[in-house]
Design a protein around this ligand. Structure first.
Ligand SMILES: [Ca+2]
Length: 501
């Protein structure tokens, strides 16, 4: 994988004033080495000429930038001052499925406490209403359309995460972090280069795709460790406990250096397999059992961080990859007051619980109403580690939301449009309070507005998307249509890495 130069710290300084700044000499030295590496890659890589040129230009530009400003790569020795990062990522959990978000019978005391001690987002989005595309967005900071692969990958999918993508794990690893992923990968298995270890993770244990992709429709599913198979068709009741134990062991092992733990749980994606201690406990049934076990897991991680004295130096973020799988009836979750669920670009498909926890840095009990997304986690976490996103011409759509975590108003974040990608296409955009649908779809087969399009909603006054205002506000329809057209053109012009090979 080609190494990519990164140029600058972003404006997250307010969040990370304790972060060590590298010396002029170390930055320049890294620049020279990295530029040489890039130049070498120009000759050994089989990338299309266009991208060779882009990398050459970016390498030289970064070298010049660093030569004068030297803002790259915190030194490993000083890395302890970098914050640890833990992302807890559930699968198919709805906006309304935690007690902190209003569920009346699912008990999530640990996540509720996490929100009480940290920040609760009420307008937090996943990158997609489907598993693979959502994970791509989280780990690359880019809208799913840029991936060049289908929105859900299957065990035999040939086009998966492109080796040129630069994942959050790769960025944090370059900054000196120990990195681990325990859980559902779902960004490709048919080539070694698609697997977690080749995408920035030092350790991996988990099912590499969804827990319902099973025989006879699919090959036996592997519980993997690194690039190897530990076991075929494992007992899924053990998974949450296993992932939690491995994450805790990794944190203990690496407590003296910065670490990144990505914990994408297998559930509450169906089939639901609660562990023995949780089965039959929740009034909400098996779905509640599974969510309560995930809540237990989150509590285990937070307690360990406190016990090890790491809590003041660790950002933990909890969210889900997409909304509830409502066509599974009681086996699926709830989006609360939001419309629809998984697979749909109605709010229920993509708006998720989002809880940020970092005692001493994030104010306890903070409520964050501004929109943000998993794409922003990419850019923000890189910034916390002193890394900028790649500067080789590719688009990175995530924003640095450090200011939001600090509870500050950042007017520069207010007017960014957020694009909702449904199955293979752009379906909607949100800007400020306003959301415009140009296409709607639902796994339920329902069309809630009898085919009328476009549809315009004010999500602040109407979070359930009940009252179409497209006729009343043609000016807003026009403005958002223009955002969509501009975005579509830019995306088409850039293409994906797959498109150049
Ligand atoms: Ca999912």
């Amino acid at each position: 994988m080609t190494q990519i130069m990164r140029g600058k710290y972003s404006k997250s300084r307010r969040l990370c004033t304790a972060i060590h700044r590298p010396s002029q000499d170390s930055g320049a030295a890294v620049a020279i080495i990295s530029s040489a590496f890039i130049t070498l890659n120009l000759f050994i890589d089989r990338t299309a000429m266009k991208y060779r040129l882009l990398f050459l230009i970016s390498g030289l530009a970064s070298f010049l930038l660093l030569g004068s400003r030297s803002r790259i790569l915190p030194e490993r020795e000083a890395g302890r001052e970098l914050p640890n990062i833990v992302i807890l990522f559930s699968d198919d959990l709805g906006y309304g499925d935690l007690s902190a978000y209003g569920h009346p019978t699912i008990r999530t005391p640990n996540l509720d406490r996490m929100a009480a001690e940290g920040m609760k987002f009420t307008n937090f989005y996943s990158g997609s209403p489907a598993c693979s595309a959502s994970r791509y967005a989280l780990l690359t900071g880019r809208f799913p359309v840029r991936s060049g692969f289908d929105w859900v990958l299957y065990p035999k999918s040939e086009r998966c995460i492109h080796p040129r993508e630069w994942t959050l794990a790769e960025g944090l690893k370059q900054a000196g972090y120990a990195t681990a992923c325990y859980g559902k990968w779902h960004l490709g298995t048919t080539k070694k280069e698609y697997l977690p270890l080749q995408n920035g993770f030092d350790e991996y244990v988990g099912l590499p795709y969804s827990n319902d992709m099973l025989p006879p429709q699919h090959p036996p599913i592997a519980l993997m460790e690194g690039n190897d198979t530990l076991q075929l068709n494992p007992d899924q009741t053990q998974l949450t406990a296993l992932y939690t134990a491995r994450a805790k062991a990794f944190i203990r092992k690496h407590k003296k250096e910065p670490f990144f733990v990505y914990l994408p749980y297998a559930m509450p994606h169906v089939p639901l397999h609660p562990g023995e201690k949780f089965a039959g406990r929740s009034p909400r049934g098996a779905y509640g059992d599974v969510v309560e076990e995930i809540d237990w897991s989150a509590g285990e991680i937070l307690e360990l961080l406190k016990a090890e004295g790491l809590d003041k130096n660790t950002l933990v973020f909890f969210t889900s990859d997409n909304g509830p799988w409502i066509i599974k009836n009681e086996l699926g979750g709830s989006a609360g007051l939001l419309r629809d669920g998984k697979g749909s670009t109605w709010e229920g498909g993509m708006r998720e619980p989002g809880i940020a926890w970092w005692p001493g840095t994030i104010e306890a009990g903070a409520l964050q109403l501004q929109p943000a997304s998993t794409l922003d986690l990419y850019t923000t976490c890189l910034a916390l580690a002193g890394q900028g996103p790649p500067e080789d011409g590719r688009s990175v759509d995530g924003r640095d939301i450090s200011s939001l975590l600090l509870g500050e108003m950042d007017s520069s974040l207010l007017d960014n449009p957020y694009f909702y990608y449904g199955p293979h296409e752009l379906q909607a955009v949100r800007k400020g309070a306003w959301k415009l649908h140009i296409i709607t779809s639902s796994q339920t087969g329902r069309d809630y507005f009898n085919g009328k399009l476009p549809l315009l909603f004010n999500l602040e006054t109407d979070p359930s998307e009940q009252y179409d205002l497209s006729d009343a506000r043609p000016d807003m329809v026009q403005e958002l249509m223009a955002e969509i057209e501009q975005h579509k053109k830019a995306v088409a012009a850039e293409g994906s890495f797959w498109g150049v090979e």
